[in-house]
Design a protein around this ligand. Structure first.
Ligand code: 13P
Length: 255
């Protein structure tokens, strides 16, 4: 089965609850005609999940709802953390796990990322697991082995069914928010390495089915370039997902 393209918007620490609802209403008319050909997911901050979820429900939008992180325990004394149980109650269906900003600034390790990936699946949601190398690693020519190790650690112990539905986002850290990007060919080489790693761990069907997204300075002007690469199934978009027009243009590029 051909992999359905996915465009996911990571809003990061932007948009209040009210602002998030307004952005959803602006996205509504454009996205409603395209959902059967492309999966669209928005990932607002925790505090905007409820208002965004309400717009999706009331307006019957075919847009997925994702959180930007979670804890791996169901409940507990973890001040400031949010569990998968809290997210499913708000109708989340996806969770971004292991974003480089969480790894760099909030101490996410490969081991924690793996626990979160498993917790997301156990709750019936789908993880969007991020990986990607620093500029130093990139310049040393070690991106593929670095990313392979992150994928091996992050997906360790999944079932074959879970591996088939997993989403891995390749986000070179040096491309995030900088306007710099790898060439589409280089991004596709890493995406192919990710797919091959999934194949080596879980078998060829999982490699065929799992979706690999590219993220890092994806804009309306460059989206098509990445999206037409054979091993890139979509994009994880930061800045350009905060505006209805630019996000819509990127969704259109996926068609
Ligand atoms: P930008 O699209 O702003 O570079 O962010 C990418 C990203 O980190 C998405 O998760």
């Amino acid at each position: 089965m051909a992999r359905k393209p996915m465009i996911a918007g990571n809003w990061k620490m932007y948009k209040t609850s009210g602002e998030g609802a307004i952005l959803m209403q602006a996205l509504e008319s454009s996205v409603s005609s395209m959902w059967d050909r492309v999966d669209v997911v928005v990932c607002p901050p925790f505090t905007a999940l409820k208002s965004v979820s309400t717009v999706i429900e009331l307006d019957r939008l075919n847009i997925g709802l994702g959180a930007q992180d979670c804890h791996w325990e169901q409940d507990g004394a973890f001040t400031g953390a949010i569990s998968t149980r809290m997210l499913t109650e708000l109708r989340c269906d996806h969770v971004i796990v292991g974003h480089s900003e969480r790894r760099e600034m909030f101490g996410d390790t490969d081991q924690n990322v793996n626990k979160k990936v498993k917790a997301v699946f156990a709750a019936g949601m789908v993880p969007i697991m991020c990986c990607g190398e620093t500029l130093n690693v990139h310049e040393a020519g070690d991106a593929e082995s670095y990313v392979r190790a992150q994928v091996r650690a992050g997906l360790e112990g999944l079932t074959v069914d879970q591996a088939e539905s997993v989403i891995v986002a390749y986000e070179p850290i040096w491309a995030i928010g900088t306007g710099r990007t790898p060439t589409p060919e280089v991004a596709n080489d890493v995406a192919r390495t990710i797919r091959a790693t999934i194949g080596a761990m879980f078998g060829p069907p999982a490699a065929m089915e799992a979706r690999v997204l590219y993220g890092g300075s994806v804009k309306p002007e460059n989206a098509v370039m990445f999206l037409r690469e054979p091993d890139i199934d979509g994009a994880l978009v930061g800045g350009a997902a905060l505006n209805a027009d630019s996000f819509t243009e990127i969704i259109e590029a996926a068609l």
